[in-house]
Design a protein around this ligand. Structure first.
Ligand SMILES: C[S@@+](CC[C@H](N)C(=O)[O-])C[C@H]1O[C@@H](n2cnc3c(N)ncnc32)[C@H](O)[C@@H]1O
Length: 208
């Protein structure tokens, strides 16, 4: 349990209730999920990568009748996701090793899950996620901009978690090169424990 991912997953497993207390219905994020849900149609197949406690999937399912597939590396998160989205299918899977049928999903969600990947891993996971999305399908992606990658103490875990940061332009260029046009971007501040503000980016994309 020494690599960054295992340490991060261990921290999530041990701080589930603190995470869900804060983020299960965190209104600054829910409003973007609701906007995204407006793009989806009933019976869409939606893949949620790094689904956590199923918060985003649950919010989407309140809007439309959806077939949810969620993956996460935290068994504790998945346990809660299965309760929150009883009709969903959830797998204990590493996003870096996951594999799905090409062009299978109508929508793919990556809500603050690339933030635990290094630069190369992020590129590979995003490239694969786009392959699993059908032409005309929608992508929801959120992440933070700015700082240097490394381990951090957060408001929901006193055990360090690995976070990485990306530039919006870098992500949009990567997506564009993989056939995704970003048609909506929202930037907002997140208040950190030390009083500083981190820029969060929410992107909506459509596959050509
Ligand atoms: C910040 S939480 C986001 C959870 C949820 N998507 C949300 O928006 O609240 C990050 C999630 O990614 C998961 N995760 C981290 N690394 C992962 C990996 N390599 N493969 C799958 N899931 C991973 C964690 O277990 C955690 O549930």
């Amino acid at each position: 349990m020494q690599d960054k991912t295992m340490l991060t997953i261990d921290a999530y497993n041990k701080n589930i209730s603190r995470y869900t207390d804060k983020f299960m219905n965190y209104s600054p994020y829910v409003m973007h999920v609701i906007d995204f849900g407006g793009l989806l149609e009933n019976d869409y197949k939606v893949l949620d990568i790094g689904c956590g406690p199923g918060n985003v999937a649950k919010q989407l399912c309140a809007l439309k009748r959806l077939e949810i597939t969620g993956i996460d590396l935290s068994s504790e998160m998945l346990e809660i996701a299965r309760v929150n989205v009883p009709d969903g299918v959830f797998y204990l899977k590493d996003s870096r090793k996951a594999s799905f049928s090409l062009e299978y999903f109508d929508a793919v969600v990556l809500s603050f899950s690339i933030v635990h990947l290094n630069d190369d891993e992020m590129k590979e996971v995003l490239t694969n996620a786009v392959k699993w999305l059908r032409s005309g399908g929608y992508l929801y992606l959120s992440f933070m901009e700015g700082k240097q990658p490394g381990f951090e103490i957060t408001s929901f875990s006193s055990q360090p978690i690995y976070f990485n940061y990306f530039q919006e332009s870098e992500i949009e260029d990567l997506l564009k090169g993989n056939g995704i046009d970003c048609f909506r971007s929202v930037r907002q501040g997140y208040l950190e424990l030390d009083g500083s503000s981190t820029t969060e980016v929410f992107l909506f994309g459509k596959k050509r």
